[in-house]
Structure formats: C-alpha cells, structure tokens
Design a protein around this ligand. Structure first.
Ligand code: SAM
Length: 294
C-alpha cells in the first residue's frame, strides 16, 4: 500500500470513519520521496554515531514515515495522540514486527522511564513530521529529559521555526530557543518541503532539520538552572540592553553589580542579549551563579 497516495489516504480515513484533524496538527505526507529522505537522513546519521538502531517517532499519523523507519531501524516506537488513527496504523503497519505503537500524548509521557521501558539502555534517535502547534515544547522535552540517551532529532518543522532554530547570534531570528538548543547540540537544515506535499496543505513552507546532540556538553556550566534563567532573562525584552532586560528578571544581584559582571565578562554595557552566543551566555551565567551562592 502506498501511504502517500492521496486516494489511498482519503480511502483509509473514510473506511475508518475519520478525517484529518486540524486540532492535532495533522498534515499527512503525500509524496513518498519526502518520508524516504527524512528516514534516510535520520538513519544514516544515527548509525554513524552508534551501534544500536532504535528510533522514537512522534505522531505517526497513518504511517507514511513510520514504514520508512521500520524498513531501516531495528526497533521503532511511535507515539500517536489520536486514538482514531490506531486501528488504521494496525492495518497499514501490520507487516512490521519491529514497531510498537503507543496511543498517548507525547507531552504527557514521563520520558526517562518510557525510554528505559522501550529501549533499555540503547541510544535512540528521534524522527518525526511534527505537529506544528507544539513543535517547541516537543523539542525542548526531548532535549531536557532523556539526556545522554538521544543521538539526534530529525524533524519536519515550519520553515519559519527552522530559520529560528538554525540562526546564529548575528541573525535577527536568533532567540532564547536558539540559544537553548545550541546548548544541547548542533542544528542544521536538511531541506525544504513545499505545502503541496501534504494533505491538507499547510499554509507555509516546511523544513526538515537535524539536531545532532552533544555526547558531552562542550560548555562548562556551574548550574543549569541559572543558565536557563539567564537565557530567558537576556531575551525577555529584546529591545532593551542585556543589562536592563536581565535586571528586571534576575533578583539575586543588584543592577549595579550586574553591570560590573557584564563588563567583567568583556561585554559593552550597551550590548543586547540577542547578540550573545551560547558560549558567552554560559560564561555570564557562571559569573552570576557565583553571585547567587555568595
Ligand atoms: N507522520 C505523519 C506524516 O508524516 O504523514 C503525520 C504527521 S502530522 C504533521 C502530526 C501527527 O502528530 C499527527 O498524526 C497527530 O495526530 C500527531 N500528534 C499531534 N499531537 C500529538 C501529541 N501531543 N502526541 C503525539 N502525537 C501527536
């Protein structure tokens, strides 16, 4: 069965008395070369950095990408929120005995125990055509939990989100999310996908990106909580200077001392938070942590 053939997709949905649901961000792929390329990119990177071949998919839909993953990986676990798609997946994925389908909301899963239960101690990659309404929470959940377990995240997102995630501190798209992701890994854009490759077509172009996760964090950070407080404070008021933006969000240091710390880190007092790379944010956070524990 060609799960990207538009007639097949429509017939399947009709046969199971369901339809695509906007509320779940359902835009199904209808050009087979796209899930083929996404799965290939995911698998090739994952197997270049580890021996096991395990993948977690979020939102399998009716299985277009899932079947490509099952043909490459030894073990695939797919989490789908929409219970009306589970019987469809049971039919379309019946040939694969290396697939486990879980009907759940990915954002509600306790990820560390989930990984232990389904993958033991193996390294895992993440691959998905993400539901656009929760792209950032999904990516942040993967980065924040299951640390050290994931090799990479290969996902389709809105192009505008990809622009933000792939930006550098010199770009206008650079933001708190970019800096946070840069702390966990290296992001790259693989290719763009036009709206007519989906049913229904989304209103914007999409991009497939890959986040290659660091095995060991290359930055020294005294306290992660402080780092993320500094990141969110530095970007909270983008039109203000780093000093003004941070001083309204950080309570444990006076504005005068904050100004000294900023200068001690080698930054001009007129600098804006959005100009700081993750390395510079880590250095600033380490200094501010010293102030916190004084
Ligand atoms: N993988 C399919 C494809 O590429 O054709 C479908 C991708 S569609 C953009 C997003 C999928 O994520 C849908 O199947 C949707 O039901 C599912 N989804 C949405 N929110 C979810 C959540 N919180 N947890 C798990 N799956 C979710």
């Amino acid at each position: 069965m060609n799960l990207c053939d538009i007639k097949t997709v429509k017939n399947l949905l009709k046969r199971y008395s369901t339809d695509t649901k906007k509320g779940f961000g359902q835009n199904f792929l209808i050009n087979q070369s796209i899930p083929y390329d996404i799965a290939k990119e995911s698998f090739n990177y994952h197997t270049s950095v580890c021996d096991s071949a395990c993948v977690l998919e979020i939102g399998p839909g009716i299985g277009a990408l899932t079947s490509e993953l099952c043909q490459r990986y030894d073990k695939v676990v797919a989490v789908e929120i929409d219970k009306s798609l589970i019987p469809i997946l049971s039919e379309t994925m019946a040939d694969f005995d290396n697939l486990t389908i879980i009907n759940d909301d990915f954002l509600k899963i306790e990820l560390d125990s989930f990984l232990d239960e389904h993958f033991g101690s193996a390294s895992v990659s993440v691959c998905a055509n993400l539901p656009y309404y929760i792209t950032t929470p999904i990516i942040m959940k993967i980065l924040e939990s299951g640390k050290g377990r994931f090799t990479s995240i290969t996902v389709m997102v809105q192009k505008e989100v990809a622009d933000r995630l792939c930006a550098t501190s010199r770009d206008s798209e650079y933001g708190a999310i970019t800096a946070s992701i840069n702390y966990y890994g290296r992001v790259s854009r693989l290719f763009d996908v036009a709206p007519d490759n989906f049913l229904p077509p989304p209103s914007v172009t999409s991009s497939v990106i890959r986040i290659e996760l660091f095995k060991e964090c290359p930055y020294f950070v005294s306290d992660e909580k402080t780092l993320f407080e500094v990141i969110s404070g530095a970007f909270a008021q983008r039109r203000k200077t780093l000093l003004n933006s941070l001083s309204s969000s950080i309570s444990w240091v006076s504005k005068a001392r904050l100004a000294e710390v900023i200068e001690e880190c080698g930054f001009e007092l007129t600098i804006r938070g959005e100009r700081l790379s993750i390395e510079e944010l880590c250095a600033l956070a380490n200094k501010l942590y010293e102030e916190k524990i004084k």
